[in-house]
Design a protein around this ligand. Structure first.
Ligand SMILES: [Zn+2]
Length: 101
């Protein structure tokens, strides 16, 4: 869960967003997996037209103390600390943000 509004990031599995059957396959990434672009898919993206087309990317902002994760299709923009390197730390960060807005 990325936001208090229920935006979900669905991580890719084995780094392949699309398999031959346009379905995600393979073992789930664990929390220690490094974040790599694309980070995953914005589940229930309001602009999504076909399954798994709403990819979420991390943008590094060199002059800012934060990076941004961005949905390629909608207006979703979330600032995250540059220190966040893994899916587990991203999950914890977002969880804490939701609890204490
Ligand atoms: Zn989206």
């Amino acid at each position: 869960m990325l936001t208090a509004w229920g935006d979900m990031l669905v991580p890719p599995q084995e780094r392949r967003i699309f398999s031959r059957n346009d379905e995600m396959q393979g073992p789930l990434l664990n929390d220690y997996a490094d974040l790599k672009n694309p980070l995953g898919v914005h589940e229930n993206c309001p602009n999504e037209k076909k399954p798994y087309s709403a990819l979420i990317f991390r943008h590094t902002v060199t002059i800012a103390p934060y990076d941004i994760i961005v949905c390629a299709l909608c207006e979703l923009r979330i600032m995250i600390p540059k220190e966040i390197r893994t899916y587990g730390s991203l999950r914890e960060y977002c969880h804490d943000k939701i609890k204490t807005p």
